[in-house]
Design a protein around this ligand. Structure first.
Ligand code: URA
Length: 236
């Protein structure tokens, strides 16, 4: 794929992301003219049931060739959980285990995340879990800006479909994207944030907690914001 085509695709995905939030104008200027046949697709994305929307997004992710990660992936990893979940966890990118299975957070970091979710009085199948990137970066390197730009419209559409009550950003890449603030994690946690009006909590990535168990107490401190909203059990 040529550079121009990649940029055009990335732009089209951003416009879809904005449309999923009901934003078709910025400062009164239309973000893009609707190409023929496009109107029907955007209204399908905005009005369907969450389960159907998430499944449709997962199908698009499975066919995505917007960046080079499609060349090395075994599976795309769209997300997992309850399509009616009120709590959404967003991590960084699939690792080796996740790439082999097609499900986020199934490796060691995932086991710790399950424990964290359990400590909140919730269950993995009652929340929704996804990542900034839907394909594994080779050797688990950090996502690069182009990959984030081409993949995050999927995340924005997932959030729009789910309409969670609260979002938890796990680690710096998720925190940086969702807050829009390019700062170290230490400066982002412990502060009130929101993502387009949805309360957003920033905390450590479980993989960091595995390497630095002493930070677990600070993570638990961050998650008190979740406890305050969800009490000690899943919202009905
Ligand atoms: N780390 C992440 O950020 N996401 C996963 O799915 C697994 C590990």
């Amino acid at each position: 794929m040529g550079d121009r085509e990649a940029v055009a695709r990335s732009l089209a995905r951003h416009i879809e992301g904005l449309a999923a939030w009901g934003i078709d104008r910025i400062h009164g200027i239309p973000v893009a003219p609707s190409p023929p046949g496009r109107e029907a697709q955007s209204s399908r994305v905005e009005t369907g049931d969450a389960e159907g929307l998430l499944a449709a997004i997962a199908t698009e992710i499975a066919a995505c060739t917007a960046c080079t990660l499609c060349e090395t992936r075994n599976h795309t990893v769209p997300g997992v959980g309850d399509s009616h979940a009120a709590l959404l966890f967003v991590g960084e990118a699939p690792g080796r285990d996740e790439d082999l299975v097609g499900e986020p957070f199934v490796g060691q970091a995932g086991q710790l995340l399950d424990k964290i979710i359990g400590a909140l009085g919730l269950r993995r199948d009652r929340v929704y879990i996804t990542n900034i990137l839907k394909c594994r970066p080779p050797r688990n390197r950090d996502p690069n800006p182009e990959e984030v730009a081409s993949c995050t419209p999927f995340l924005e559409r997932q959030i729009s479909a789910l309409r969670p009550r609260m979002i938890v950003a796990l680690g710096r890449p998720a925190a940086r994207y969702l807050t829009g603030i390019d700062a170290p994690l230490a400066r982002l946690r412990g502060r009130d944030h929101d993502f387009h009006g949805t309360p957003l909590v920033v905390t450590y990535h479980p993989a960091y907690l595995l390497r630095n168990p002493a930070a677990k107490a600070k993570c638990w401190q961050d998650l008190q914001a979740v406890v305050r909203v969800f009490g000690n059990g899943p919202p009905e």
